[in-house]
Design a protein around this ligand. Sequence first.
Ligand SMILES: Cc1ncc(COP(=O)(O)O)c(C=O)c1O
Length: 390
Amino acid sequence: MDDRKEIKYNLFSLFSNLIEFNDIKRYNQLMIMLMETMNMNRFFSDMIKNIEPYVPGEQPKDKKYIKLNTNESPYPPSPEVIEAIREAANADLRLYPDPDCEGLKIAAAEYYGLKKEQIFVGNGSDEILAFCFGAFYSGKKVLFPDVSYSFYPVYANLFNVDYEEVPVSDSFEIDAADYLKENDGIIMPNPNAPTSIFLNIEEIEKIIKKNQDSLVIIDEAYIDFGGISAVKYIEKYPNLLVIHTMSKSRSLAGLRVGFALGNKTLIDGLERMKNSFNSYTIDRLAQAGAIAALKDTLYFEETRNKVILTRDNTVAELIQLGFKVLDSKSNFIFISHKSFKAADLFQKLKENGILVRYFNKPRIDNYLRVSIGTDEEMGYFIDTLKGILC
Ligand SMILES: Cc1ncc(COP(=O)(O)O)c(C=O)c1O
């Protein structure tokens, strides 16, 4: 290998390793250093130079893995969804989609028992979360748990939000009493990610009630897998916004549809934000597919229940193998083994064709986040672990 080729190869291996072990901080630092060396970033604004982008879970193209790393559903979407998308794939695609997503809002209002004015539709809930930081938290002080969804600090930095990460307990529980300190806003997932733990709905109400001058955002991406939603508090508390997604329990991660549910003024704030960015975030196919998904409650319940059952069986097996498994109300579990390092298990599982998620971050660097697949996939996962542990 000549020198240039060798340098290229070494850099490629280094970046691959950093991504594989989710060492995002070092990845970003190295990338910036490299670009500075090559003077490639001279066109970047200070904002883009200084942010640390979120790095999503791997979507591998090299070979076929059992994908237990991004909390997707192992089941296809409802056949009604496919049919609706097929029907919508017609000559009308030449026209812009409805910027107000009227039909989808009506279907969501019906499903949630809300008015359509209480619903905002976004291109996945990530987009809605970003809009929330921009629309409500920019220039203000926000609290969120220290072990939580890693996109929150990214959005906070992007929109100039001052934030404090409130430590979860040693057993990764959120304590409502920790959210009584001064703040302009609070955001947390419930169930929390990546811990999978559901915080009792009465504790959530305490947080909303004790912070009525702050906007409290409850990110319920995983609520359908055994938790109780805070949607029922929307009429009572105008300072509450609940975020949902069709990516997990509706098997539609690829369609990119999420909802914000809350009082009309908050929804208007999000519409102002969206219409200052891109009026057409939800395309015609996505609107048609999402309406069909919301209407097919039977299919939704069937597939969601299957995931819950597989999760509970998997947890029982893992405990037998000596794993500590946090109490999950999500479509994923957060696990740690007393004798085997999470980073090693991650690597061994990958060598055996199974992708899980490893976060090389303080407090959670000996845990693996494992999405729940089909019974067959989880059977293979358990058998593979047995082989590794013996
Ligand atoms: C806590 C949490 N919120 C939001 C999202 C974003 O979901 P989506 O943008 O697919 O709706 C995720 C995705 O994994 C998540 O874990």
